[in-house]
Design a protein. Structure first.
Length: 552
């Protein structure tokens, strides 16, 4: 079958090309009846909770002004959180949630769109649906509408929650539009990615890489530019290359720049038009980057389940490794200035200590960076484990298990890739972070060793979340999607908890809360041992459940 569709498919869209859109939209919303409400409520309530926390922690204008000055004076903290454009309570909420909320909305949107486009084609379900009265553009339209509903829900809940708490309506609406607009733009980008690859996993990876690049551009721009203070100028050019930077520079509660909404609208419209043009030029199930045909004879490495798992996941692992190496290099380059820019500012020092421990300021910054790498690595590990669920629901696991391969061997191959791959990904990030930091202070060997050790210290916590995914996969496979919510919760705790001064019991709900703050902090074997033991227990429970339940 050719990648290019028949000439009739490239004709201008009409009603027949959208036939069945309403039915497919209702089906998509029914399938996501749990996922979308959980995402929307979690994002909306996080914004409201952040506002309440700032009101209790920084109740006076003087305290808020000191916090804003501390953040805007420090390039390392601006790279992490972005600049503070206004020191009001609303301005602090926008500072903390515009970028973070935009990233989460983008993740939600790309998952929705890829699930209802490329994943449907990959499993063959879309071909069955297309045999009925379904227009060529109906699946893509339904997926984008589902993402639009989810992003609109986030925007409305965010704006309504802030306005109900007494924040200015204009700023509340601007923050909601910033978060929802970013999500909608990445929904359109995910629709483009779905046209270029035959794999839903790779489509998610391509869109995720675009999101990672957007975050890195925003961080590099904010770190190099000190114009984030109230009343400042245009900001760094790098920031304006990033949609995440657009979300921040809409400047909710700080003299809103409403024209930035037009940037989101124009970029989303262009990306959507490109997705529609591409889907009209390919056949169902095909892509513009089709999988290359394999050799006539399989290599020895594919003679067992471990080799098959490696073959299925090696591209994803390579992408994550490259992304972590790049992120480590970026943050290692700004680590040197962490201590010098703080000076005698007590409030900024306290922020660093809550993020990375009570050690020196530079070590605290490095610890916060390795901790962030560890939290993001959980997304790779969980995805690698849940690849088994994709193989199962796609009907590809059953033929493998029908041969001489047992379920435990099949699952073991994927688990080895997930667990070893976690260490590889974190080693790549820690290595480049250590090398670039060491080069900046004239001690490459010493800096690399300390930072690499700190990065690898995150492995047991990541393994624990991967083990949770395995336990759910084996015991409650229908609830596999809930693992992403748990993982997102752990990321939110690690990202928001230190700045919001959440109590110790709340931070301990995440496995990362039990790890020592390295480099520089005191380390004992106990947390590593019990996290590893918990990993073994959860994986064992998941494998026992997988062995007994039906496949499919």
């Amino acid at each position: 079958m050719s990648t290019l569709a028949a000439p009739a498919a490239a004709r201008p869209a009409g009603p027949r090309h959208l036939a069945g859109t309403g039915t497919l939209l209702r089906l998509a919303l029914r399938r996501d009846r749990l996922m979308i409400p959980v995402w929307v409520l979690a994002l909306g309530l996080s914004v409201a909770a952040t506002g309440s926390s700032f009101a209790s922690l920084y109740g006076t204008a003087a305290e808020r002004a000191r916090l804003a000055a501390s953040m805007n004076a420090n390039g390392s903290l601006r790279a992490l959180y972005g600049p503070v454009f206004d020191d009001s309570l609303g301005g602090l909420v926008a500072w903390r949630m515009a970028g973070f909320g935009a990233v989460l909305a983008a993740v939600m949107s790309l998952l929705i769109v890829v699930r209802h486009t490329r994943e449907e084609e990959e499993t063959g379900r879309q071909e069955l649906l297309s045999a009925a009265m379904v227009g060529r553009r109906a699946p893509l339209t339904a997926a984008l509408l589902a993402a639009l509903i989810a992003d609109a829900g986030v925007a409305v809940l965010t704006a309504a929650g802030l306005a109900a708490a007494g924040r200015p309506v204009g700023g509340s609406l601007a923050l909601g539009l910033a978060i929802g607009g970013t999500g909608l733009l990445f929904a359109a980008l995910a629709a483009i990615a779905a046209q270029f690859t035959e794999s839903a996993r790779l489509a998610k990876g391509l869109t995720g890489a675009a999101l990672g690049a957007a975050f890195a551009l925003r961080a590099a721009g904010d770190a190099s530019d000190g114009s984030g203070a109230p009343g400042s100028g245009a900001g760094s050019a790098l920031t304006w290359l990033s949609p995440v930077g657009w979300a921040q520079n809409l400047r909710a509660f700080a003299g809103e720049r409403w024209w930035v909404v037009l940037l989101f609208a124009a970029a989303t419209a262009l990306a959507t038009a490109a997705a529609y043009a591409l889907t009209a030029r390919r056949d169902l199930g095909m892509s513009f980057l089709p999988a290359r045909p394999g050799p006539a004879r399989a290599p020895r490495s594919l003679g067992g389940p471990a080799g098959l798992a490696w073959r299925l996941q090696r591209t994803t692992l390579a992408g994550w490794t490259a992304g972590f190496a790049l992120a480590g290099a970026v943050f290692g380059g700004i680590a040197k200035g962490a201590a010098s820019m703080v000076g005698g500012n007590r409030q900024t020092r306290e922020i660093f200590e809550r993020l990375g421990g009570q050690q020196s300021l530079t070590d605290a910054f490095l610890a916060s960076m390795t901790g962030m790498l560890g939290m993001v690595a959980a997304l790779y590990a969980v995805g690698a484990v849940l690849r088994m669920r994709t193989e199962e629901t796609g009907g590809r696991a059953e033929p493998v298990l029908a041969g001489a391969v047992g379920r435990l061997r099949w699952a073991g191959g994927h688990l080895v890739v997930a667990l070893v791959g976690t260490a590889v990904v974190l080693a790549a990030g820690g290595l480049t972070l250590g090398i670039t930091y060491g080069a900046s202070v004239g001690d490459v060997a010493g800096g690399t060793g300390r930072v690499l050790t700190a990065a690898l210290a995150q492995v047991p916590a990541v393994w624990t979340l991967a083990a949770v995914a395995m336990a759910v996969l084996g015991l409650l496979p229908g609830a596999s999607g809930a693992v992403w919510a748990l993982t997102g919760g752990c990321l939110a705790l690690g990202w928001l908890g230190p700045v919001l001064r959440l109590p110790r019991w709340a931070m301990d709900l995440s496995p990362y809360g039990h790890l020592p703050k390295l480099p520089g902090g005191a380390a004992t074997a106990a947390p590593f041992l019990w996290l590893t033991a918990l990993t073994v227990v959860l994986i064992s429970a998941g494998l026992a459940g997988l062995r007994r339940r039906d496949i499919g």
